[in-house]
Write a protein that binds this ligand. Structure first.
Ligand code: MGD
Ligand code: MGD
Ligand code: MO
Length: 738
């Protein structure tokens, strides 16, 4: 029987975590003596509305109360990167940081200050990614990065094709589909909306056929797919071109849809039929490129064209590559060819899946101000030509090169100091060994962090940060919701931890920046944020109920369908493109005049593909998808989650055997950028010629430069595609027994 005394001491707090995860689990945190002792998931009684809690949120208390959390400000006591620190007071820490900021601004100009922000804390008020830009804008400016590390390829493609990034349907619409093609989408592992798997399973029960096109036999495919079509990474566009070829030559495409809603199909057809380059994009041609039998390609083309409605689900993984944007443009073009855009049970494609109701509502109630460093010169946003943006900002996947080479290397600034929060980029962007080099050379590095991460070890100054359990805030569900979540503070801050906002407020006094402090109670600010936001204010009419429930679920009368208005009433609802139509041919892209960005989607060979001369030396294509048991590198320390899924490298039995490797063997994977030590997972679940290691394990180089942590980015390239995608899934490696 329950001890009544004990239960009286326990408070139940409704909250969520704020990780950069594709879902948002409503949680009931049981708190006793400033400690979370138990966690329950969503208690919504309707099983179709209940948001099933993920394994990471079930382990959340092991993260919040982990013994290795940073508890005090510290300054470096050893060599850079060595990880030795000494404890200091907040006063000393803020003196060091404010002196450095002032000195750098005055001596070298504000552009020499690099601000590294990230999505590590996806809430609206306390995030450093919101608070620090506002502070530094008032202080005189800074240099920062551009290019969404997650999805720049998909963003670019959606803007070209549709003029909008809101290309998703609410998830229950999958129940209207007859055929669902999971093209590089694995929501059973990488959370892509907390309710997604539930609706995918229901769609399957409802009779939908499901086909997965993937180099790996994914968890989602194992759960719901009727068929797995293994494909080489980076070659999806060749297969899609051949599907277009089959539809055109067999007259299976929806010409009246194309005539009414799109422009440029004729030019695309010229490319597909080979009128443009002398190469018809036949299934036989594609087979040689992508490793999928010609007949399988033709069958899928016929099946997709016949099943109405059908949802081709492209996502961001294949788009995070050297051909990133072409894959999403191609998918969207196939969707138009089959008349599936703007239709229930269809899909617009474009890789993003967001809907404008529940999508990441970043609060506009606290204007960040303008960055003086960026107020003159070319525009930063709103251009498809990334060269316009390069002038003032650093591409996210080029941070290390920018620090090492500065203006002499064509970057916008000579970086003299950096301040980082809500990211672990040493671990999470391309080429960690170059990052090691850059961070060792960087004159001064301040890091706001919760843990002594791979990157935090390189800090000169470390500022300890609270977790979402230690403050109240507004979080959001992405990509599709539709619901809003409220984090109620569960425990008082541990140790001397503060939120980034609180750190910025304290620092503003040391910097002499006036009027930075918000000067109101946390709860009042949160209410103001909800009320001021044009979308949330429409739905959340009772703030107190929202706070008490920790969630506001939006009741949709019918599923949200991207571009429904544009399709049902095109006269009054043009697409937001220059032509007002879906642009299969884009004049804006033609004007960029770059071979990497053709005006119609194309298969373009890339570096480190199977035709690269490097393939002789490094004959395996490496995939680095998102880990099931972590959010990127977050929660890496949580023992439960490590046990749930050990860090391994997937390799096909034929590739393993050729290297004398057995399941569980210690192996090394390497290329010219680095070498990792990891264990082999020998499995038929991956296509021969392809290996896979999930991203996010912490970089941990030994004295010989071998990364004992086996961080995926020790092997990836620090480069980007023509449309700005970070190329995390375009690397060649070799594998050998350790
Ligand atoms: N190889 C490979 N690399 C990838 C990807 C891939 O597919 N393959 N995916 C990319 C993608 S999509 C993404 S989004 C990025 C993610 O890249 P990052 O954002 O760098 O990754 P996280 O591991 O989420 O790191 C977030 C960090 O923020 C810290 N943090 C959490 N809350 C707070 C806070 O309130 N304040 C401060 N100051 N810190 C906080 C956490 O402790 C953690 O160290 O990784 C990218 N990297
Ligand atoms: N558990 C968990 N969930 C997460 C995250 C997390 O870290 N952990 N991170 C969240 C974030 S920030 C993001 S941006 C999203 C990312 O979501 P995604 O970008 O969709 O996720 P990935 O895992 O990178 O890739 C999805 C799939 O693409 C496949 N793939 C890779 N390259 C190719 C290719 O060339 N062709 C084909 N056909 N398939 C390919 C991979 O095998 C993988 O199964 O996930 C979110 N959800
Ligand atoms: Mo991401």
């Amino acid at each position: 029987m329950e001890n009544p005394q004990q239960s009286q001491d326990v408070r139940i707090v409704r909250a969520t975590s704020a990780f950069d995860c594709g879902g948002r689990c409503p949680l009931l945190l049981h708190v006793k003596d400033n400690k979370i002792i138990r966690i329950e998931g969503d208690d919504h009684p309707d099983s179709d509305r209940q948001l099933r809690t993920c394994l990471r949120c079930r382990a959340y208390r092991k993260y919040v109360h982990h013994p290795e959390r940073l508890m005090h400000p510290q300054k470096r006591a050893g060599a850079k990167g060595e990880g030795r620190f000494e404890r200091i007071s907040w006063d000393e820490a803020l003196c060091i940081l404010s002196d450095k900021l002032k000195e750098t601004r005055d001596k070298f100009g504000p552009e020499s200050i690099l601000l590294m922000t990230g999505g590590g804390y996806l809430a609206s008020l306390h995030s450093g990614s919101m608070a620090a830009p506002r502070l530094l804008n008032q202080f005189g400016g800074y240099t920062t990065h551009y290019g969404n590390i997650s999805s720049e390829g998909a963003v670019w493609a959606s803007l070209v094709q549709y003029g909008s990034v809101m290309v998703g349907h609410s998830r229950e619409d999958m129940l209207n589909s007859k055929l669902i093609i999971l093209w590089g989408w694995d929501p059973a592992r990488m959370i892509s909306g907390s309710n997604t798997m539930h609706h995918l399973l229901k769609a399957k029960e409802n009779g939908a056929r499901v086909i997965s096109v993937e180099p790996r036999y994914t968890d989602t495919a194992a759960a719901v797919a009727d068929k797995w079509i293994p494909i080489y990474p980076g070659t999806d566009t060749a297969m899609m071109a051949a599907m277009a070829y089959v539809m055109i030559t067999e007259n299976l495409h929806d010409q009246s849809f194309l005539d009414k809603y799109t422009i440029g199909f004729d030019k695309f057809k010229e490319y597909i039929l080979g009128d443009e380059d002398g190469q018809a994009k036949t299934p036989q041609w594609a087979e040689a490129v992508c490793g999928v039998p010609a007949e399988t390609i033709a069958d899928l083309a016929r099946e997709y064209a016949a099943a109405k409605p059908a949802a081709l689900m492209d996502c961001q993984g294949p788009a995070r590559s050297a051909m990133g944007e072409q894959y999403c443009r191609f998918a969207a073009t196939l969707s138009a060819m089959t008349g599936n855009v703007g239709k229930p049970g269809g899909s617009a494609c474009g890789g993003l899946m967001g809907i404008p109701i529940g999508h990441m509502f970043r609060m506009s109630a606290i204007p960040p101000g303008k960055n003086p460093v960026e107020m003159t010169g070319p525009k930063i946003k709103g251009t498809l030509d990334i060269r316009d943006r390069v002038i003032k900002r650093i591409h996210i996947n080029k941070l290390w090169e920018a620090i090492l080479e500065g203006k002499a290397g064509g970057f916008p600034a000579d970086v003299k100091m950096a301040w980082s929060m809500c990211n672990n980029y040493l671990n999470q962007i391309g080429n960690a060994n170059k990052g090691d080099n850059a961070l060792k050379k960087l004159p001064f590095f301040a890091v706001n962090e919760i843990f002594m991460t791979a990157q935090a070890r390189y800090a000169d100054l470390l500022l300890p940060v609270t977790t979402a359990a230690e403050r109240s805030d507004l979080t959001y569900a992405w990509p599709s919701g539709p619901y809003y979540t409220f984090v109620n503070r569960a425990i008082e801050p541990l140790g001397e931890c503060k939120s980034d906002l609180e750190i910025c407020e304290m620092l503003s006094d040391y910097l002499g920046v006036k009027d930075y402090r918000l000067g109101a109670k946390e709860e009042d600010i949160l209410k103001h944020m909800v009320d001021q936001n044009p979308v949330t204010s429409k739905y959340v009419t009772d703030f107190d109920k929202f706070k008490n429930d920790g969630i506001h679920r939006i009741e949709l009368k019918e599923p949200y369908i991207a571009f429904r208005k544009q399709i049902e009433d095109p006269e009054n609802n043009p697409f937001d493109t220059p032509s007002g139509k879906i642009e299969i041919y884009s004049q804006r892209v033609a004007d960029i005049n770059s071979s990497k960005c053709p005006p119609v989607p194309k298969y373009i060979p890339t570096f480190e593909d199977r035709n690269d001369p490097l393939f002789e030396k490094y004959p395996l294509q490496l995939l680095t998808p998102h880990p099931r048991n972590r959010v990127h590198s977050e929660m890496y320390k949580v023992e439960w989650l490590r046990e749930a899924e050990p860090h391994v490298l997937w390799i096909h039995p034929s590739d393993a055997e050729a290297r004398g490797v057995s399941n569980g063997d210690d192996i090394q994977a390497f290329n010219d950028r680095g070498r990792v030590a990891v264990q082999a997972f020998v499995t038929q679940r991956i296509k021969p010629g392809v290996v896979c290691m999930f991203e996010g394990a912490w970089y941990q180089p030994d004295e010989n430069g071998v990364d004992r942590g086996a961080c995926a980015n020790t092997l990836t390239k620090d480069d980007y595609s023509g449309g700005g995608a970070a190329v995390m899934n375009t690397s060649l490696v070799q594998v050998a027994k350790a």
